[in-house]
Design a protein around this ligand. Structure first.
Ligand code: NI
Length: 226
């Protein structure tokens, strides 16, 4: 499943974040890449633990935990702290699949990368190229959303960032370990939850809703790992 989550950050917030990012000290993006993907990765990144990355990360995770579409689609167990990157003219990241397990710096805890997310801090008109291209069961999709918007997609996907040919593309990206490992099972639960929400709004007194909601939870109980 690929999900577009609009306006996680407001216009004012995005402008403030971008101003701070434009003045930040950037490092080579290869620092968090695996051996193979380092060869494919040509971009800049804020070092892990950079105060600005931490501040953005904390705000972002707070928003996500209060965002019903994210909660329903990701069924998050834990989130790897967001990393912030920048692609300037000539920057790109060729096709790759992300490492399965991530360990935040200075932490004992490991995160299985069931889901990947990118939150855009630049608007599509700020740069040419730079589309996030994702190949999965839904086919090939090209993503270039408004600043403040986020895309959520399976960590198992082959993906790349097209070369930026003008301007700068600022974004945050992070991984989520889900309570439900399999994308196909998460997708079923997400669709069922959507249908239950709609029925709850339109025919709140219907007795079948109790059974349907119960079945959702019984499937979640069967598939969830805590
Ligand atoms: Ni990647």
């Amino acid at each position: 499943m690929l999900l577009h989550i609009p306006a996680l950050f407001s216009r004012d917030e995005v402008l403030r974040i971008r101003e701070a990012l434009e003045q930040a000290d950037w490092a080579d993006g290869k620092i968090t890449a695996g051996y193979q993907s380092a060869k494919a990765k040509h971009n800049l990144q804020l070092p892990e633990g950079h105060p600005l990355a931490k501040e953005i990360g904390v705000a972002m995770v707070e928003r996500l935990w209060a965002n019903p579409p994210f909660m329903s689609a990701a069924l998050p167990h834990k989130v790897f702290p967001p990393l912030i990157n920048c692609y300037r003219e000539g920057g790109s990241f060729d096709f790759h699949i992300d490492n399965a397990i991530r360990q935040p710096r200075g932490s004992q805890e490991r995160v299985r990368t069931d889901l990947s997310s990118t939150l855009f801090f630049s608007d599509p008109e700020d740069y040419d190229g730079g589309e996030l291209v994702i190949q999965d069961t839904f086919g090939t999709r090209q993503v270039k959303f408004a600043a403040g918007d986020m895309v959520l997609y399976p960590g198992t996907s082959l993906h790349k960032v097209n070369p930026v040919t003008r301007g700068a593309r600022y974004a945050a990206f992070f991984w989520t370990q889900s309570l439900v490992r399999e994308d196909s099972q998460r997708t079923l639960l997400f669709e069922m939850d959507g249908a239950i929400q709609q029925l709850t709004a339109e025919v709140p007194e219907h007795p079948a809703l109790i059974q349907l909601t119960g079945t959702y939870h019984n499937l979640l109980r069967r598939w969830a790992e805590v």
